[in-house]
Design a protein around this ligand. Structure first.
Ligand SMILES: Cc1ncc(COP(=O)(O)O)c(C=O)c1O
Length: 396
């Protein structure tokens, strides 16, 4: 078996009309959305803080709990840009770099560049696959005086272990650099202490994209414990306009969530607990079917929202076999995040701190299996067959 060699499945006939999709987005039905959208129609108010937007912002904050403020946005990427500009405006606006893990989705690095900074890629730690505190401390020491902010991620919608997050916080406080958290897929995720993401103390940004467990199509929210920051961010996402003076003190952007998006979000909130519980049960059933295989899961994944069923295979060769087999068997899989961001052409010239060895090793073994709120016995069986054949091939 050579790397990249395609594996033929053992005489399995696949009906490709029945391909198991990687994700099966599950948005609220139109009738549920319409009940809320009627408020906007009645007010003839379709954006700029209409009745659904205001209600959605309040209900999101109540859902996260712990005295937070929510600023719904049109997507997480724009939310990250706005939050980053705001955090840096009050610290070190002339500094050029933002430290960030390379093992995350490309949107994080795009947001950094569009906000006017350059990423400084830092390695991850081997168990949680999240920004490595030692690597972060080294990056801040090596680039002392040029790092404007740090973005930690809740990679794959999984909260960083409490000790890791506390270390980010302490390292950033020591270096006097603001910390922002990209929790795109993590709305509803629980940390080790059973607290929802968003209430750990930092400003955090979530995505409500159709592929996320909290799905409204396009959208997201910034969550912050700081009421002044929330007020500034509301202006920032509306061109920076101050509602009193009708002038902009900062050059903002348009990142407002429309009324239709907010109405969808309200309908989603009504069903979210049930949807997330079903998704977690699906993940547990699939994990139970795969228990015989040497798979590694992310530390902290018990509290994850399980956007996909993310795991590590024993090595890159087995991963390549899984990719070939998945194609042949009609199971859509992903290899997030391979390549990691520092190997995307757009960021190949960006600074890296060290050799990113853990990032490279984990990227080469990573596999994301299909997930849905309701993953039935048949698809689970077919996904399990994929893994079985994958390991049978590797034993022979
Ligand atoms: C880590 C991370 N950050 C940011 C985003 C961007 O989210 P959006 O599509 O809402 O802009 C994503 C989307 O998948 C993501 O995974």
């Amino acid at each position: 078996m050579f790397p990249g060699q395609r594996v033929e499945p053992a005489a399995v006939e696949v009906d490709h009309a029945e391909t198991i999709r990687y994700l099966r987005p599950d948005l609220p039905p139109l009738s549920d959305i319409a009940r809320y959208y009627a408020l906007s129609e009645e007010a003839r108010w379709y954006s700029n803080g209409g009745p659904c937007y205001e209600r959605f912002a309040r209900r999101l904050a109540a859902y996260v709990g712990g005295d937070v403020h929510c600023v719904p946005v049109s997507n997480c990427t724009l939310g990250l840009m706005a939050a980053l500009r705001d955090l840096v405006a009050t610290s070190a606006p002339s500094h050029a770099l933002v430290a960030v893990p390379s093992f995350t989705f490309i949107a994080t690095a795009c947001a950094i560049r569009w906000a006017g900074f350059e990423p400084l890629f830092v390695d991850i730690e081997p168990d949680s696959w999240q920004l490595d505190p030692d690597g972060l401390a080294e990056a801040l020491a090596r680039h002392d005086g040029t790092v404007a902010a740090v973005i930690g991620c809740s990679t794959f919608g999984t909260p960083a272990p409490a000790a890791v997050r506390a270390a980010w916080r302490a390292i950033c406080a020591d270096a006097d650099v603001p910390l922002l958290i990209d929790s795109a897929a993590g709305f509803g995720a629980l940390d080790q202490d059973g607290r929802l993401l968003g209430r750990q103390g930092e400003t955090e940004v979530f995505s409500f994209h159709a592929t996320k467990p909290f799905a409204i199509g396009e959208g997201g929210t910034i969550v912050t414990p700081d009421p002044d920051a929330a007020a500034r961010l509301r202006q920032m996402i509306n061109f920076g306009l101050d509602p009193n003076t009708h002038t902009s003190a900062v050059a903002g952007l348009n990142a407002k969530l429309s009324e239709l998006g907010a109405a969808t979000g309200l309908a989603m909130l009504d069903r979210f607990d049930e949807a997330l519980a079903a998704r977690r049960a699906s993940a547990r059933r699939l994990q139970a079917r795969l228990a015989a295989y040497p798979l590694t899961y992310q530390a902290g994944s018990e509290g994850s929202t399980w956007q996909g069923l993310q795991l590590l295979l024993p090595d890159t060769e087995v991963r390549e076999r899984a990719v070939s087999l998945a194609h042949a068997l009609g199971v859509e899989i992903k290899t997030y995040f391979d390549p990691p961001l520092h190997r995307h052409p757009a960021f190949a010239q960006a600074r890296v701190c060290g050799g990113l060895e853990v990032t490279e090793a984990i990227a080469g073994r990573s596999l994301s299996l299909p997930m849905a709120n309701h993953l039935g016995a048949r698809p689970i069986g077919r996904i399990a067959d994929l893994l079985q054949q994958c390991f049978e091939c590797s034993a022979s």
